[in-house]
Write a protein of this length. Structure first.
Length: 368
């Protein structure tokens, strides 16, 4: 089905998929899920898993009921559950020689630009090391009530910052229905959504279990984020064995198709910045390189104006001081002042470190 052309896939797992109603770990399901991941990896897919379940597993270990937990105790239980969650994945994934790592994020980590850039680089480095990042919301330090369903939005933000092609929300329902399928027998599955209209937004199937909360509304909110990021989103029933294989084979799910490409979405975001933090004036050679689709290197920079940090929006002016492009700087203005005019292989010697050789990467730049 749809996953064939997807290179980066984010998969969100709900707590109810890991722990059943009798508070038992769904071991057979986890084993089948690991098999699906192994299959996708063999097709050179880059996989990120966003998993709920820390509080659910913490409650299971401590014998608590999640529904009645207050914030402070939820945070403590989440801390206990994080270990249980990662051990669970490690036990099943290691059998198939799948390497996993843990990334704990809050919504702030994906909203604040500099932090999201750092997170993106961490994901990219884990991909290079052939590790599967398993992401969980950092419930242990949350300052507001821990609302189940936040991981739907968190997963969409992860998809956004990693430039994912597809986000899959595995839930306990087949997808988006015209009515609540648990209450109405005539409810029909909506297999494809091309336009997030008001009618779709008003379909709010709320549900809450002891181990999970949040309804279809949080998933629609996630779809909005994905749509703007040029990322498709799928809602599917993850309770089945080999859920990802089932999606590909039967297509019994809801696909929210994005109308814009990832590159267009990113460049639209860059160009829409109201107040760039600074300016770089480049020489004629650098301008010609940029016109050919190359990245901006330090050697082609003649002058830096303004004070800005790594990840900030900046203007790029040609040698006639005419705005030529906009982009996201990989270095601060202070760093660029030190390295401008020098070749990339000299950056480490000048600064004492190097994170990137490009001052503005071609994917982070838009010609005006």
């Amino acid at each position: 089905m749809h996953l064939k052309n997807s290179k980066v896939i984010v998969i969100k797992i709900g707590s109810s998929l890991l722990v059943d109603k009798s508070k038992k770990i769904r071991k057979k399901w986890l084993s089948s899920f690991a098999e699906d991941i192994k299959k996708l990896k063999s097709q050179n897919k880059k996989i990120i898993i966003v998993s709920s379940g820390a509080i659910a597993l913490g409650c299971k270990k401590m014998g608590y009921n999640k529904i009645n937990l207050k914030l402070d105790k939820s945070q403590a239980i989440a801390s206990i559950g994080q270990i249980e969650l990662m051990n669970l994945f490690s036990n099943f994934f290691s059998k198939l020689r799948l390497n996993i790592s843990q990334i704990l994020l809050t919504l702030d980590d994906t909203e604040e630009r500099r932090r999201s850039i750092n997170a993106k680089r961490t994901f990219e480095n884990l991909f290079r090391l052939d590790y599967i990042p398993i992401v969980n919301e950092n419930d242990t330090i949350a300052t507001t009530e821990i609302k189940y369903g936040d991981n739907d939005r968190l997963a969409s933000r992860v998809a956004q910052i990693t430039n994912a092609d597809t986000l899959i929300l595995l839930s306990d329902v087949e997808g988006l229905f015209t009515k609540n399928p648990k209450k109405f027998k005539d409810a029909k599955l909506i297999k494809r959504v091309d336009n997030l209209s008001k009618d779709i937004q008003n379909i709010n199937i709320k549900g809450r279990t002891e181990f999970g909360s949040g309804g279809m509304n949080t998933k629609i909110e996630a779809a909005k984020i994905c749509n703007l990021a040029g990322c498709d989103m799928i809602i599917a029933n993850g309770l089945h064995m080999n859920p990802l294989k089932k999606i590909q084979k039967e297509g019994n799910c809801t696909l929210f198709a994005s109308k814009i490409t990832k590159l267009h979405a990113r460049k639209k975001w860059i160009i829409s910045s109201i107040s760039p933090k600074g300016e770089l004036i480049i020489d004629e050679g650098a301008k010609k390189a940029l016109e050919k689709g190359k990245s901006l290197l330090a050697a082609g920079i003649k002058k830096v104006s303004g004070k800005f940090n790594k990840g900030d929006h900046i203007k790029i002016l040609d040698y006639k001081r005419k705005e030529f492009a906009r982009g996201l700087s990989s270095f601060s203005s202070e760093e660029i002042n030190k390295i401008m005019g020098y070749h990339s292989n000299e950056i480490q010697k000048i600064l004492g470190y190097i994170s990137k050789s490009e001052v503005v990467h071609k994917d982070d730049m838009v010609e005006i």
